[in-house]
Design a protein around this ligand. Structure first.
Ligand code: PLP
Length: 415
């Protein structure tokens, strides 16, 4: 159901795949084997770690009072108020339960507000028709945003020409799109692999202002990881709408669309509605998560831990003469070996680390549950893999070291 959780993304045939329980940064598979999660931590949803006591307690209390009724849950109003207070440019909020869904809501509202169909995108924004339509013309529009060769089967051909990709940090690319097509909406991730260069975000903002385009920042992954709120706040550029997910509910399903009043009011002219958007657990979990975040400022610790991990990868790569590229926001950091065998090396690392009690690949999503001791233990366990990879670079057959097939490649982005 989720591409990022497929065992083939990590260790085909050998990845544990299912968990029985989880707590902090640890989880247990169905055989009761314990692992420290040094990989994607609930695909970025669990900044406060798994089964956070305060968030879980709030959820348990809410269940006792009924989760979904004929009347609305007041917690969604409280959540809307908090999110709007945190983002002074925003006036209104709507909620959904998945990131792709919230992105589809945002696109519908933005198209209604701008009165134009065409969308320019940069990044990953979910699985819905409006987004996959990018791949209709030649099947390669999303090659560098998503998965190369992703087939948009089932997406109506009539959506061809409704969504266009542009490259991150390439303002001319976006300008050309906006000049050539009747773009009414720009949707982009604020930052994924590398920071904005040459005032990129500000230029995009100005372009949107000049052309009456609705600018949406998709902060599903970047929000509430590096700071309290959207990452865009750190760059001093405000969108017209922003989408949040993942970390907002620390593992419970809740996503949000924030927007300026004049844009959000366009929702009244269309139909956007769903039963389970009104259930209580999501809002309760988000409020509890925000309270913990406000008190504990998790980003201070996870940003510095992420920076330290990146530096240690680089040092180890230098020690074993392995050319490596690191990327990502610090609290979500990753590396790639600059070698044609990169995927085989990644598979090798996952295999070796699994045997030592770690879920690990080449990306670490930090959480407050990752202790310095865990991180030290991770590096101690990792070093022999780097040593082995050095030998492979000198001629040893990496495939002969693998107990199963090489892993599949994940998302790649235009950065
Ligand atoms: C930036 C961004 N937008 C949207 C999504 C889709 O969210 P979901 O998987 O909850 O539908 C993701 C998920 O990885 C994401 O990173």
């Amino acid at each position: 159901m989720l591409l990022s959780k497929r065992p083939e993304m990590f260790l085909p045939d050998l990845w544990p795949a299912y968990f029985s329980s989880a707590s902090g940064a640890r989880l247990w598979d169905l055989d009761g084997t314990e692992y420290i999660d040094m990989s994607i931590m609930g695909v970025g949803a669990n900044v406060l770690g798994y089964a956070h006591p305060k968030v879980d307690e709030a959820v348990r209390n809410s269940i006792g009072n009924g989760n979904l009724t004929t009347l609305n849950a007041p917690e969604e109003v409280a959540l809307a108020e908090q999110l709007v207070d945190l983002h002074p440019w925003a006036d209104m909020a709507r909620f959904a339960r998945t990131g792709g869904e919230a992105n589809a809501v945002a696109i519908r509202i933005a198209r209604a507000a701008s009165g134009r169909d065409c969308v320019a995108i940069c990044g990953y924004h979910g699985w819905h028709d409006w987004y996959l339509a990018t791949n209709l013309p030649s099947g390669d529009g999303l090659d560098e945003h998503l998965l190369p060769g992703l087939d948009p089967a089932g997406v109506p051909q009539d959506l061809n020409g409704s969504t266009y990709p542009f490259r991150y940090n390439d303002f001319e690319d976006l300008l050309a799109l906006v000049t050539e097509h009747n773009i009414g909406v720009i949707k982009m991730e604020v930052m994924r692999n590398h920071p904005p260069k040459n005032g990129f975000l500000k230029k995009v903002r100005n372009l949107a202002n000049d052309r009456g385009i609705v600018l949406i920042f998709d902060e599903c992954t970047s929000g509430f990881r590096q700071n309290y709120g959207g990452l865009h706040m750190q760059f001093g550029v405000a969108p017209d709408m922003a989408v949040f997910g993942k970390a907002l509910g620390n593992g419970y399903a809740v996503t949000a669309v924030l927007g300026k009043r004049e844009v959000m009011q366009a929702a009244q002219s269309t139909f956007i509605s769903s039963t389970f958007w009104t259930e209580r657990i999501g809002s309760v979990a988000a409020l509890a998560t925000l309270e913990v975040m406000e008190n504990e400022a998790p980003w201070d610790g996870i940003v510095s831990a992420g920076q330290a991990i990146t530096a240690r990868w680089q040092e180890m790569a230098a020690q074993y003469q392995l050319p490596m590229t690191t990327s990502g926001i610090p609290s979500l950091t990753g590396f790639t070996f600059n070698s044609p065998h990169n995927l085989a090396y990644k598979t090798l690392i996952t295999q070796q680390m699994l045997g030592k009690g770690f879920l690990a690949s080449n990306v670490v999503y930090l959480s407050t549950a990752h202790t310095p001791e865990m991180i030290d233990a991770y590096f101690e366990a990792l070093e022999p893999s780097f040593e082995l990879i050095q030998e492979c670079e000198q001629g040893r057959d990496v495939l002969a070291e693998l107990n199963g097939p090489v892993c599949h490649s994940g998302f790649s982005r235009l950065n």
